[in-house]
Design a protein around this ligand. Sequence first.
Ligand code: PLP
Length: 409
Amino acid sequence: MNERMYELGSRRSVIREIFEYGRARAAREGADKVFDFSLGNPSVPPPAIVKETLLSLLREEDETALHGYTSAQGDLAVREAVAGYIAAKHGVKADPDHLYMTCGAAASLTITLSAICNAGDEVITFAPFFTEYKVFAETAGASLTALPSDPQTFQPDLEKLDGAIGERTAAVLINSPNNPSGVVYGEETIRRLAALLEKKSRERGKPVWLVTDEPYRELVYGGVKVPYLTAYYQNTVVCYSYSKSLSLPGERIGYIFVNPDAEGARRLYLAVCGAGRALGYVCAPSLFQKMAARCQGAVSDLSVYEKNRNTLLSALTSYGYACVPPDGAFYLFVKALEEDAFAFCERAKGYGLLLVPGDDFGCKGYVRIAYCVPPEKIERSLPYFQQLAASYGSPFHGKRPSRGVMGTI
Ligand code: PLP
């Protein structure tokens, strides 16, 4: 057998491990005794338009065509609708010939990196980063290099990037709003990143691709703007997913959008089609492609996530925890109250709190709290977070440290 595949299959991700532990413990002790903050599974239902659209598709469309194969890159009418939406919403050039419908962001990323990379290439990302990036890069024959972010803000450290891009760097992979930090990369950061990638591409005489992983694009709070990357950097590929925006992670639907103005855009698009073929995707789910075409611009009710974010952020900082206030996604990336995040998570388990150590996200000493859970669960968990902090004798116990200051504990 293939040893790499055996390794991947036999070692579950830490997140899955904690999730399974939580399920077993809830079955043993009762669901109300366990506060599982491990998994990024949306806790609000899809917007009503999703069900209405699915029902009307099922009632009105020809069944054979509805459930049949579509073109490998996706149904043309669907790609037209999605491209039209991107162009109108973000004011950028988009057309169906540069759109490829996928089975969610994981497929978008695996296909895109496989289309871009050759054996021995490197993909650069910034820590903290989504744990599966290493798997996706290695599947593409490349290695993943994670550079540190600015610890005060979790914005990417562009000086480090300047020094790190080399001959073998095929792509820079970013994720904003970010899992696990919840941070959104601001416009100034994006402008500087674009200028740097342009300079590097010129110096090398070949493009450094910017791959942007965007399942959380719509999940932002307080009116924060998420810059649309193709408007800033020509050689951009957008990897999108409806998993979080429409609460449909189990249905597997998303897309890849190659900027039509990218260098050799047609060749890259064909390489995307080739990678999708080589990886055996055939086509994205037909019913959900058609649903997506009719639900452009719809978003699940984000008010629950925003409420959870505000409740947790204000309670946890008042108990002495420190974190950069997140502007998006549904995660809080909190400094552990001891150096070893695994030991901290073990202690948290004693209070029924299931948190994910930051080590697998490339950041030691932090834990991720996925707050996509019902608000009443957040409320009930607060005394346990307080007791956990008190067990460390936190000097800030009961007081509020200045918001977002890192390293104050
Ligand atoms: N990228 C990031 C940053 C994620 O958090 C996730 C899922 O949680 C994915 C990609 C995969 O998303 P999908 O379910 O659309 O494959």
